[in-house]
Design a protein around this ligand. Structure first.
Ligand code: SAM
Length: 224
């Protein structure tokens, strides 16, 4: 039948659309990145559906199992731990397999952390580049060097234990004055935006051990 790509909250459990809730209530099976994590959301909205896990370590056999359910007439909803499935999480493999099997893929739009951060960043939004997570080793230096000339706003995800190291690299390569907005713990109780230059962000974040989830929005070259 159909594979529904259902966006779920990135923190605040009220950030879910009526259509997403109705879809989760109506499908036969929910494929979730972490079934235990998703139970918090599903319980809040009284959704009792069979769940199967689908995460980055799920092998071909798991993909085939879910595709079989679809081919046998089941409707399946795919959800990730947060936000929109397929945005820096493992949904792509399943979506591709579904399309190869002529299964209808229906997106149910909702939150994504990178758009949430971008819209409130105060940096130009007319054109932007989304980089997901920066490569840890191979290609990292080349990518960071390429940002020197990048005129569009650049958005990427970063972990709390790497954020300061990355900001220091940005300072070295792009200069201390490059504009930046960092969204932390978006939509949650401790939501915070740090807006200013790369140097100012380092000074603010360097005061204590960075905690939580981060989106980095970097101004393009020449943005004042
Ligand atoms: N699919 C998700 C989306 O639509 O945004 C992204 C999944 S990716 C595995 C997780 C990363 O997204 C986190 O490490 C963090 O960088 C970012 N992220 C997710 N939720 C966030 C939040 N509430 N505040 C800030 N960043 C968040």
């Amino acid at each position: 039948m159909s594979l529904y790509i259902v966006s779920t909250p990135i923190g605040n459990l009220e950030d879910i659309t009526l259509r997403a809730l109705n879809t989760l209530k109506e499908v036969d099976l929910i494929a979730a990145e972490d079934t235990r994590h998703s139970q918090i959301l599903l319980r809040k909205y009284d959704i009792n559906k069979p769940c199967v896990s689908f995460h980055s370590h799920s092998g071909r056999a798991k993909v085939e199992k879910i595709i079989n359910e679809l081919v046998n007439g089941k409707n399946v909803a795919l959800i990730s731990d947060a936000g929109t499935p397929g945005i820096s999480d493992p949904a792509y493999v399943l979506i591709k397999a579904a399309l190869e099997n002529d299964i209808k893929v229906i997106p149910i739009p909702g939150p994504a952390a990178f758009l949430t951060a971008l819209t409130a960043s105060g940096l130009p939004t007319n054109q932007f580049v989304y980089l997901g997570f920066l490569p840890l080793k191979k290609g990292r230096q080349t990518l960071l060097n390429s940002l020197k000339e990048e005129k569009r706003t650049v958005v990427f995800y970063e972990s709390p234990h790497r954020i300061l190291k990355t900001l220091n690299q940005l300072k070295e390569i792009l200069g201390a004055d490059r504009k930046i907005a960092i969204g932390r713990e978006l939509t949650k109780i401790h939501e915070e935006f740090i807006r200013g230059t790369v140097l100012e962000a380092i000074e603010i974040l360097g005061n204590s051990k960075p905690k939580g989830e981060f989106v980095v929005v970097l101004g393009g070259a020449g943005v004042v």
